[in-house]
Design a protein around this ligand. Structure first.
Ligand code: GAR
Length: 207
């Protein structure tokens, strides 16, 4: 172990059902090349923190409001990530936008899941339920989710995976969200993380 697995940090702000899907995939062996070594929350009350504690994973809360400047916040976040020697930063319902300077420290080492088919309903202002409200307002019959690398453009990094789900006939944003989470997000995120983890471990072996 250890050397044969990529060290993953999950950053979240809320329920953490995607974190749970990742942990479940590790338990059932479908995600075998990665381990969640750290969970970071942007607030104290995220339910995802409890899920992490239950799984025995170290947690940290890093809140921008506790720091005088963006630079100090970035430094605090980087410090906790670097202290745990993290290979892959996984954003899973993380509701803060990472600064350009933070993102540039981890090229192709940060991934995000967005609950729509990018470029639809994506970019600044589109997060959580707002994404599904916009999809309903547009009257789309199909939605889905996108896993992408994080770069300095909000929801603009290289797309790694997308899957669709029909949402026709659903009229509450909460129900669309639930459908996208269970039919798409919880399926594709662990799969992409396994692929990237395997690559990271493979590159390590090549050295
Ligand atoms: C997920 O639907 C995720 O795609 C979305 O927040 C939800 C978090 O759920 N993320 C964004 O909107 C980011 N722009 P979870 O806490 O149960 O994983």
């Amino acid at each position: 172990m250890g050397f044969t697995t990529a060290r993953i940090a999950v950053l979240l702000s809320g329920n953490g059902s995607n974190l749970q899907a990742i942990l479940d995939a590790i338990s059932d062996g479908s995600l075998e090349h990665g381990r969640v070594e750290l969970v970071v929350s942007s607030n104290n009350s995220a339910h995802g923190l409890q899920r992490a504690r239950l799984a025995g994973i170290p947690t940290a809360v890093v809140r921008s409001r506790d720091y005088a400047s963006r630079e100090e916040f970035d430094a605090a976040l980087s410090n906790v990530i670097d202290d745990h020697r993290i290979d892959l930063i996984v954003l899973a319902g993380y509701m803060s936008i990472l600064s350009e300077s933070f993102v540039s420290r981890y090229p192709r080492r940060i991934v995000n899941i967005h609950p729509s088919l990018i470029p639809a309903f994506a970019g600044e202002g589109f997060y959580g339920l707002k994404v599904h409200e916009a999809a309903l307002a547009a009257g789309v019959k199909i939605s889905g989710a996108t896993v992408h690398y994080v770069n300095e453009v909000c929801d603009g990094g290289e797309i790694l995976e997308q899957e669709t789900v029909r949402i026709e006939g659903i009229d509450r944003a909460e129900d669309v969200q639930q459908r996208v989470l269970t039919h798409v997000e919880h399926v594709i995120y662990p799969r992409v993380i396994e692929r990237l983890s395997k690559e990271i471990v493979g590159n390590r072996d090549d050295r």
